[in-house]
Design a protein around this ligand. Structure first.
Ligand SMILES: [Zn+2]
Ligand SMILES: [Zn+2]
Ligand SMILES: [Zn+2]
Length: 301
């Protein structure tokens, strides 16, 4: 997500567009799947799609503010947007509200887009109306449905994980979601191959490999947790999850295996400070002392 440009601010949150956006716009106007020959209509379509993606992300931002999370940036790419929060909402109810708000915006948008399609088809005829509002309506519904698939970087994956974590531990729900991500991205890959859609197929392959990596990672820590238990005296300052007891990582200086939380962030082998300790759940890095300073009550799980 490098090379992005700020375009506006929304209540203090910078909105940036990725450099691939202008490229995608040019491609759409020149060769896009639209049936209309009119450059004006094609431009309106791309502006409409941009607006739908933007409104979806603003849904996350507004819901985040309501739950006390400030988005530090919203990045818009042609494949969708990304609202970045720091800290990221991690408690179940916060995740359900903040992540769910995006798809909810798409659901709400179905009504005005249907109305626009209906009234413009009366005024300008079905063909022209479908070119703009029909396409936007279909695009909006596709975005809604696709985004709710239980695949991890998508909203659906994060909602699924939040729901599962009411019945199982954080690590177990992460393993479960990596399996649903694998199955769904395989299905998406097959559909894309059959449809000859190269772009979707390549994204599905990237997600597929990511889900295998996530599965291995979370399964390893789930087994460690089953074996050694959870260290309730420490908690990640970012996501508030407890680490597995004896959580190890490699020393960046000497490659020794170190329990950073057990030696106050200083390597037992080379005596160098290891920097921040990484959380196995949210991958956030926080300084060692903060893991013990959060004063979070133990989570009931
Ligand atoms: Zn979203
Ligand atoms: Zn964490
Ligand atoms: Zn070391």
């Amino acid at each position: 997500l490098r090379w992005r440009f700020p375009i506006a601010r929304f209540r203090g949150t910078p909105l940036t567009i990725h450099w691939t956006w202008p490229l995608a716009c040019a491609w759409w106007v020149a060769f896009g799947p639209s049936t209309t020959a009119s450059a004006w209509l094609r431009t309106s379509e791309i502006v409409g799609i941009f607006a739908i993606v933007l409104l979806h992300e603003l849904g996350h931002v507004i819901a985040g503010r309501w739950r006390g999370f400030i988005a530090k940036e919203v990045v818009l790419t042609p494949l969708g947007g990304l609202a970045m929060f720091d800290p990221t909402p991690s408690r179940r109810r916060d995740v359900l509200v903040v992540v769910g708000a995006g798809p909810l915006v798409n659901l709400v948008l179905v009504a005005p887009l249907s109305a626009a399609l209906y009234f413009s088809s009366i005024r300008f005829g079905a063909g022209a109306a479908f070119d703009l509002f029909g396409l936007l309506l279909v695009g909006n519904v596709l975005l809604l449905v696709f985004n709710l698939l239980p695949i991890v970087p998508l909203d659906g994956g994060r909602l699924t994980r939040a729901c599962l974590s009411s019945w199982m531990s954080a690590s177990a729900s992460e393993v479960a979601v990596s399996i649903t991500s694998f199955l769904c991205s395989t299905a998406v890959l097959l559909f894309a191959v059959v449809a000859g859609d190269v772009l979707t197929a390549s994204i599905a392959i990237v997600v597929l490999f990511g889900s295998v990596r996530a599965f291995n990672w979370h399964l390893y820590w789930l087994r460690r947790e089953r074996q050694d238990g959870i260290d309730v005296s420490a908690a990640c300052p970012k996501c508030h999850e407890h680490p597995p007891r004896g959580m190890t990582a490699r020393c960046p200086n000497c490659q020794a295996t170190v329990i950073w939380l057990g030696c106050n962030g200083v390597c037992w082998n080379c005596g160098q400070p290891g920097g921040d300790v990484q959380c196995i759940h949210c991958y956030g890095q926080s300084s060692c002392s903060l893991w013990f300073a959060t004063n979070e009550p133990p989570k009931l799980s």
